[in-house]
Ligand binder design. Structure first.
Ligand SMILES: [Zn+2]
Length: 287
C-alpha cells in the first residue's frame, strides 16, 4: 500500500485529485470505501470535530483500519480540527492525517498553532513509524456544511500568494487549504465561482505544495476540473453527501413507514451516498 504522501506526489504531477469525503456513520464510510475500490483509486475519509464526537475517534480509526487491513487505499483525516486539544486527540488516536484549521486566528497565531501541530505530528510519526501529514489553512473560508441561501464573500478573504509562501515555509505543512471563491456547503440563491487566477498565483508561489479545495459541494464539474488542472490535488465533499443521505432516508421512511429495521431503511441512503462518491471520484481522477 502506498502512503498518502506518495499518492499526493502522484496526484500533483499527474494533475488529478484525491477525493475527501466526510462520514459520521459506518454505512457512510462503507459507501466511500466501496466506491473508491470499484474505481481502484485512493480516497480520504474524514471526520470533523462534531463528526468525531459522534463516531468516537478511536472507533473511527478502528473502522478505517479494518478496511486498510483488507487492502483498501483509504486514509482517515481529522477535518477542520480547530484546537490543540482536539487535534492532539486525533493524532494520538491514530488518524492518518490532520487538518489544523487556525485560519480564523490572526496570521501569526495561525502560524504558531499550525507549527506546533506539525512539530507534534513529526514527533509522533518518528516514534511510531507512522506518516502523519498535516494540512494548514490560509484565507477565510466562509459558510458551513449545509444548504444555505447566500454567503457573502469578498476577495479580501482569498488566500494571498505571498502569504502562502511564507506560511508554508514557516510551518512546514504537507498540504495547504486555500480560499479562491469557494464556500463551505451549498448556496441556493447565489452562483458559486472559483477564481482560477488566484489559484494560479498561489500555485506559482508554492509549486511543490498539494493544494486543497474545500467546499466543493455545489460547484459545477467544469470549475472543479479547471481547479484540478491548475494545482488542486485534494477536493473535499461533505454537504452533497449529507443532502443525499437525508433525502434518501426521508423518501424511504415515507414509502415504508412501518419499517423499523435500520439496515433496511438505511439501504437507499447508503446507495445514494455511494452514487455521489462514484461520480465525484470519476471527476477528480479524470476517469
Ligand atoms: Zn472544509
Amino acid at each position: 500500500m502506498k502512503t498518502l504522501q506518495q499518492y499526493f506526489q502522484e496526484a500533483k504531477t499527474g494533475k488529478w485529485a484525491i477525493g475527501h469525503f466526510n462520514f459520521s456513520t459506518a454505512d457512510q464510510l462503507r459507501a466511500i470505501v466501496e466506491a473508491a475500490a470499484e474505481l481502484k483509486v485512493p480516497v480520504m475519509a474524514a471526520t470533523s470535530e462534531g463528526e468525531a464526537d459522534f463516531v468516537g475517534r478511536d472507533q473511527a480509526v478502528a473502522l478505517v483500519q479494518s478496511y486498510q487491513k483488507e487492502g483498501h487505499d483509504v486514509f482517515l483525516n481529522a477535518d477542520h480540527h480547530k484546537s490543540w486539544e482536539t487535534i492532539k486527540a486525533a493524532i494520538d488516536a491514530g488518524y492518518d492525517s490532520v487538518l489544523i484549521d487556525a485560519s480564523k486566528l490572526p496570521y501569526e497565531e495561525n502560524i504558531a498553532l499550525t507549527k506546533k501541530v506539525v512539530d507534534y505530528a513529526r514527533e509522533v510519526a518518528k516514534s511510531s513509524g507512522r506518516e502523519i501529514p498535516v494540512e494548514g489553512e490560509l484565507g477565510y473560508l466562509k459558510g458551513s456544511s449545509e444548504v444555505q441561501k447566500k454567503v457573502e464573500i469578498s476577495r479580501e478573504d482569498y488566500t494571498k500568494p505571498e502569504e502562502a509562501k511564507d506560511f508554508v515555509t514557516r510551518t512546514g505543512i504537507d498540504r495547504l487549504a486555500i480560499v479562491f471563491g469557494n464556500i463551505h456547503g451549498i448556496v441556493t440563491e447565489q452562483e458559486e465561482h472559483l477564481d482560477i487566477e488566484t489559484l494560479k498565483n498561489v500555485t506559482a508561489a508554492v509549486p511543490e505544495m498539494p493544494l486543497v479545495l474545500h467546499g466543493a459541494s455545489g460547484l459545477k464539474d467544469e470549475e472543479v476540473k479547471d481547479a484540478i488542472a491548475n494545482g488542486i490535488s485534494n477536493v473535499h465533499i461533505n454537504t452533497e453527501l449529507r443532502v443525499a443521505y437525508h433525502e434518501a432516508l426521508e423518501g424511504e421512511l415515507e414509502k415504508e413507514p412501518s419499517q423499523t429495521t435500520p439496515y433496511k431503511f438505511l439501504e437507499p441512503s447508503y446507495e445514494a451516498t455511494k452514487k455521489i462518491v462514484l461520480e465525484k471520484l470519476k471527476l477528480f481522477n479524470n476517469l
